[in-house]
Design a binder for this molecule. Structure first.
Ligand SMILES: [Zn+2]
Ligand SMILES: [Zn+2]
Length: 272
């Protein structure tokens, strides 16, 4: 049994924006209030969070979660800024070591932002990269991953693949027949096999208008036409993407299995 919780499904600046602007979103619909993109995966008593953005503190409070394993999809600040919370979190909340998985490029960017969380430490003859909590009791264990090389994180089988995200690639990830695809415009051909026979797909739909780096409704339809997933939830939505308007846009075209996600949405993946 696997459960996915949407901790956040907003675009880079969240909804409402700084200063309280709701754009085209109806402020009376709670489903329009969106923190930065992140999901929690729970499987057989283990859990794993994907991305740790600037709303990590708020998300951990709302969902009452304390993840000890995190995978990061790419080095944009809306997916990594919550790392600044970790020195306190490690010592006072988690009280054990924390594992973080990211690719080389993402890791070097995080290292440039948070150099005080990276040390080379000798462990049994090999050198690992670690960070410490405020009192140096617990460690962050940094693990370098690569697209197309499956890995196991906290007992969960992860299959990372590349996604075209403008000037920077992001990692999508497949777990059984669930796929998480934030921050993507298109998929390189090598990633297509990871998108076959999807049960539930969380997919980028940032804007109404096409862009070079993110999804939009027409682009989402192209992906659905190509890969034929059973269920799609949209994520990374900006302040112009009103929940009800976007949901109706897909329903009117016959895509009743496509729906915007919302913060706090829990999805049970029943196929496993
Ligand atoms: Zn993003
Ligand atoms: Zn991004």
């Amino acid at each position: 049994m696997t459960k996915v919780t949407i901790l956040g499904c907003g675009a880079t600046y969240g909804v409402p924006l700084v200063g309280g602007r709701w754009g085209l979103c109806d402020p009376t619909n709670p489903k329009n209030e969106r923190t930065r993109p992140s999901v929690l995966i729970e499987q057989n008593g283990r859990s794993l969070m994907i991305d740790i953005g600037p709303d990590f503190r708020l998300q951990s409070v709302r969902a009452q979660v304390a993840p000890d394993t995190i995978m990061i999809t790419h080095g944009h600040w809306d997916h990594i800024a919550g790392i600044g919370e970790l020195p306190y979190y490690l010592e006072e909340v988690l009280k054990r070591d924390l594992d973080i998985y990211a690719d080389k490029k993402c890791m070097s960017f995080i290292r440039s932002m948070f150099p005080y969380l990276f040390f080379d430490e000798e462990v049994k003859g090999t050198t690992s990269i670690v960070g410490y909590g405020d009192r140096k009791q617990y460690r962050i264990l940094w693990h370098c991953i690569r697209a197309y090389e499956p890995f196991e994180a906290n007992g969960i089988e992860m299959f990372p693949f590349l996604q075209n995200h403008g000037s920077l690639n992001s990692l999508g990830v497949r777990i059984a027949d669930f796929v998480y695809s934030p921050d993507v415009k298109s998929f390189p051909e090598r990633s297509w096999k990871y998108l076959a026979d999807i049960g539930t797909w969380i997919l980028d739909c940032d804007y109404w208008k096409p862009s070079d780096s993110h999804g939009d409704p027409e682009t989402v339809l192209k992906h659905i036409y190509q890969f034929n997933p059973k269920q799609v939830y949209l994520t990374h939505m900006d302040e112009k993407m009103d929940y009800s308007v976007l949901k109706s846009w897909f329903e009117e075209r016959g895509y009743t299995h496509v729906s915007p996600a919302y913060d706090g949405l829990e999805i049970d993946l029943c196929s496993d």
